[in-house]
Design a protein around this ligand. Structure first.
Ligand code: AMP
Length: 448
């Protein structure tokens, strides 16, 4: 017997019974982005490796250990994107978006690939929602990006969430800070892992996000970057705090946040779950990256962004019992007996589907009983049986599956009859609803 092929470790299938959840969080993300003037950009899943080496940074964990890099048949080094910012910046430059009105605001939903040790909330293929803003250097823009992310999490229903902010300064501040870090880590040089040892000269800041327990313990006592930032960077950070306060966003300053990618400057931030069951899980993060556009060959252009993992968000929602909209239902199953009934069902279903209803007809030649059973299993809201008698009398009984009530509907005006019964049912559900205990999602379901 042939060995069955399984999905690759660290990847995940989304089955039809679950996909409406991811569709919901994706649509809500796009809607939130739109409210802030961010519009979707789509970039390829693979890029030249050099793009990520130069943007994410050669000394980062992502570039050193986690990228899916291969040579294509033309012997070019290609990498599956480990994150979304680099591709967005490349497209911004390649298509001259810098000539469009600035700031340019883009958002994306993308798959990302990192060769990490798979565990809960850490996959090798995962999906990000991200936003990037090019051409605004102000702390106000940083605050707006944080506000966008925050309002998204609020909308979705994630309440127990800390907004952690920090400033990692500009390249000038970083120079001084790197020297201080180097001096600090030199003292424990013999205990550092091999990767961190190589970072000591090239980029000691990266030692701060090493995942090895020994390095993390040493890093915990390291100097903090906020003590090394210049006056301009400090003003920027103070302005950010002022705007967040004006927006009513509770934040905490966490001087330990340095972020795992090299391109950040000044503001960095993370959204960290505070729910008991997922405490500490970083749902998303971002910051300012004023040097990256220039680094990739463009004119100096300030920029900032945010990205969050969709799988992690789903985990957080499920663990905290946050409700999702109802799974989509089949509005009507047309149960048929005989070839003439099938022809009628084809006509009626085409008409109803064109109106936006979800309609199921039998395509496997089952008995009426078996068709009813299937209709039940796929959650049909209504059923109608059409056979020779119905065709002869030109009328059929529409059955509401929730309460068993039946309505006689003319086959000539079937669509109108169905629509009336469907609406009456929706109104009855609305009238019987206990609004005092409804969540926003329950209300949205009722309004559908
Ligand atoms: P980063 O690009 O590393 O700042 O990551 C942004 C967000 O993407 C994180 O906060 C996570 O929500 C998500 N993320 C990063 N790496 C993974 C991964 N390996 N698996 C699942 N989600 C991830």
């Amino acid at each position: 017997m042939a060995v069955s092929i399984k999905a690759i470790k660290g990847t995940k299938d989304t089955l039809p019974s679950e996909s409406y959840k991811i569709q919901y969080i994706e649509q809500a993300a796009l809607d939130t982005a739109k409210a802030y003037g961010f519009h979707e950009i789509r970039t390829p899943v693979f890029e030249y490796t050099e793009l990520f080496d130069r943007s994410v940074g050669e000394t980062t964990d992502v570039v050193q250990k986690e990228m899916y890099t291969f040579n294509d048949k033309g012997d070019r080094s290609i990498t599956l994107r480990p994150e979304g910012t680099a591709g967005a910046v490349r497209a911004f430059l390649e298509h001259g978006l810098f000539n469009e009105p600035l700031p340019q605001k883009v958002c994306y939903l993308t798959s990302c690939y990192r060769y990490e040790k798979p565990q809960a909330g850490r996959l090798r293929e995962f999906h990000q929602f991200g936003i990037e803003c090019f051409g605004a250097s102000s702390a106000l823009q940083d605050a707006e990006i944080i506000a966008l992310a925050n309002s998204y999490f609020n909308f979705i229903g994630i309440e127990k969430l800390a907004v952690e902010i920090n400033s990692i300064g500009c390249p000038e501040c970083r120079k001084k800070y790197s020297e201080a870090l180097k001096a600090y880590f030199e003292e424990s040089k013999s205990q550092l892992c091999e990767t961190c040892l190589s970072r000591l000269d090239r980029n000691p800041m990266r030692i701060l996000d090493c995942k090895s327990p020994v390095c993390s313990e040493i890093a915990a006592g390291a100097p903090v970057v906020l003590d090394y930032i210049c006056d301009d960077c400090r003003d920027h950070f103070e302005s950010l705090k002022k705007y967040l306060e004006a927006l009513g966003i509770d934040y905490v300053v966490n001087p330990q946040i340095v972020r795992g990618l090299d391109y950040y400057t000044r503001t960095v931030f993370e959204f960290v779950s505070q729910d008991e069951k997922t405490k500490g899980l970083v749902l998303g993060g971002g910051g300012r990256y004023d040097g990256l556009v220039e680094e990739l060959g463009g004119a100096p252009t300030p920029a900032c962004g945010f990205a969050m993992g969709l799988e992690r968000l789903l985990i957080a929602m499920e663990e905290s019992g946050i409700p999702f909209p109802e799974a989509p239902k089949c509005n009507l199953s047309i149960v048929t007996a005989g070839e003439n009934a099938v022809l009628k069902a084809l006509e009626l279903s085409a008409e109803l589907r064109a109106q936006g209803y979800s309609v199921n007809i039998d395509t496997v030649g089952r008995s009426i009983k078996a068709q009813m059973k299937y209709a039940n299993k796929i959650n049909s809201e209504f059923t109608v049986v059409i056979g020779d008698n119905e065709l002869e009398s030109n009328s059929a009984n529409l059955k509401c599956m929730a309460d068993g009530t039946q309505t006689e509907v003319s086959l000539t005006e079937f669509c109108e009859g169905f629509e009336r019964a469907y609406m009456n049912n929706a109104v009855a559900a609305f009238e019987n609803a206990d609004f005092s205990s409804l969540t926003q999602i329950d209300i949205n379901n009722l309004l559908k």
